[in-house]
Design a protein around this ligand. Structure first.
Ligand code: GDG
Length: 455
């Protein structure tokens, strides 16, 4: 790799305000890119998480942070509205009806322009601007129009939907033209890349193939690059005496004779939390004599609570938990242990390590890092992963018990199969999946993306 300077543009900065200062937000993307940006004197452009005026650029942990301001009203219309009420459901197979409002679209354009202008101030000729995710799809073309002469990359973290679904969007041409401003567009999966290529040819007049499009006299390269995790650090955390002790304590608390099934997700309708609970209820109905041997732990991380849809979903899930516990649990011994809130990383690692079965059942998911983190944490080669075939991760984690999350009976069968799986078979499957995530970690992902950008 050469040492070309990189400017990363994402909705959020990799830091958050704590007291009077800033602290780095945890996460795979930040840990993979921070060393690269630091080495190459790079910058990160993004929002601080607080509405209103933005602070002046500052350096944190060796990386220049360039905050972009977002107003309260824009948060409503750009972020909760267009990003999460229009694009998020549309790109996840329209599993909730996307809403199309012109008063959401306009702020999306304005905020994208602000990010592009900030990028143009930060990046110079022959350097690389790397734009991330669905909040900023117009930035590549806007930045190109500002004629900086940099190389422009774009990475989409969520799925790109089939052309029939994408076709509904009133601003489909503008979004495609925005993306086609990039030199390299990267997707989580081959399917995303193919869907995009079709949409670009159908609605934006691009020519070419699923690998390379020609658009307004330029070539746009399409790539699939499945994102991953810092595998080593998950494995190392799982090996610490502290996490091992926490895992033992958790097993004791839940009852060491009970088989633990775990779900960990942002509380989002794409994640299929309700379906897996109904599948678990079906297991209990079919095997009532085993009900006291099973416990389902669901960690639901609060997300987008200001959107009605999400508040309603929380109520529905909590009712379902109540129903299952009312039928199969007893006071002080619930069958579903549900918590609404996040866990500190060491506790999450202990949950991964203690659980017998990990249940990941999104109806559609760009990748799903939780599935990979679980595998990376199983340094004992134990545990079973039940995984939706509609998560990007399913293409790599072939030895998981794969399910169609729309099929409640099928998920229920897989859960039961997981509970009863032969120990040698478990080890064989887990060892194969661990090799996969060890080889294809987030550092390999970053190298692959940056190589395509000539970095
Ligand atoms: C989007 C795409 C794509 C969760 N609960 C806790 C916690 N987490 C962490 C997990 C994981 C992350 O949050 C969730 O990542 P996912 O990939 O599962 O899902 P999204 O948030 O929807 O992410 C997705 C991803 O972008 C990357 O491209 O894979 O498809 O939708 O890292 O560990 N972390 C802690 N406590 C919790 O309770 N500490």
């Amino acid at each position: 790799m050469s040492e070309t300077r990189i400017v990363l543009i994402a909705n959020r900065l990799p830091v958050r305000r704590v007291g009077g200062g800033w602290e780095t937000s945890p996460g795979g993307l930040v840990s993979a890119l921070a060393p690269i940006l630091r080495e190459r004197a790079g910058s990160w452009i993004g929002w601080t998480g607080e509405a209103g005026d933005a602070p002046a650029p500052f350096v944190h942990d060796g990386i220049e942070q360039r905050p972009v301001p977002i107003t309260e009203q824009e948060l409503e219309d750009y972020y909760l509205g267009f990003c999460n009420g229009t694009l998020w459901p549309l790109y996840h197979d329209a599993i909730r009806p996307p809403e199309f409002h012109r008063h959401w679209w306009r702020p999306y354009v304005e905020v994208n322009r602000r990010f592009a202008e900030e990028a143009a101030r930060a990046v110079r000729h022959a350097e690389i601007a790397w734009v991330h995710d669905y909040q900023l799809q117009l930035v590549p073309a806007m930045l190109r129009d500002l004629r900086v002469g940099c190389t422009i990359g774009f990475y989409l973290h969520i799925p790109f939907p089939p052309v029939e679904v994408f076709a509904r969007m009133p601003w489909r041409r503008q979004v495609l033209e925005g993306l086609l401003g990039a030199d390299v567009l990267a997707f989580q999966t081959r399917l995303g890349r193919h869907n995009f290529s079709r949409a670009a040819r159908r609605f934006a007049g691009a020519g070419g193939t699923t690998r390379e499009l020609s658009f307004r006299g330029r070539t746009v390269h399409l790539q699939d690059a499945p994102i991953s995790i810092d595998t080593q650090s998950y494995a190392a955390l799982a090996r610490t005496p502290e996490v091992q002790e926490r895992a033992r304590r958790l097993t004791d608390q839940l009852g060491s004779h009970r088989t633990m099934i775990l779900g960990v997700d942002r509380l989002d309708y794409t994640k299929g939390i309700d379906i897996r609970l109904r599948a678990f209820e079906t297991v209990l109905q079919r095997h009532p004599d085993r009900a006291s041997d099973l416990v389902f732990v669901q960690v639901a991380v609060p997300s987008r609570e200001d959107i009605d849809e999400y508040a309603q979903m929380r109520t529905d899930i909590e009712q379902l938990v109540g129903r299952i516990n009312g039928t199969y649990g007893r006071p002080g011994r619930p069958t579903v242990e549900y918590s609404y809130g996040g866990l500190p990383p060491e506790q999450l690692a202990a949950y991964y390590l203690a659980t017998d079965v990990m249940c990941v059942t999104p109806l559609r998911d760009g990748m799903n890092l939780v599935a990979k983190e679980y595998v990376a944490s199983r340094v004992d080669n134990d545990g079973v992963l039940v995984l939706s075939e509609f998560a990007g991760a399913a293409l790599e984690l072939r030895q998981a018990l794969q399910v169609n999350p729309y099929d409640v009976d099928g998920v229920s069968d897989a859960l039961w199969q997981a509970v009863e799986l032969d120990p040698a078979e478990k080890r064989r499957r887990m060892a194969a999946m661990r090799r996969q995530v060890a080889r294809h970690d987030v550092f390999a992902w970053a190298r692959r993306c940056l190589e395509a950008l000539g970095a």
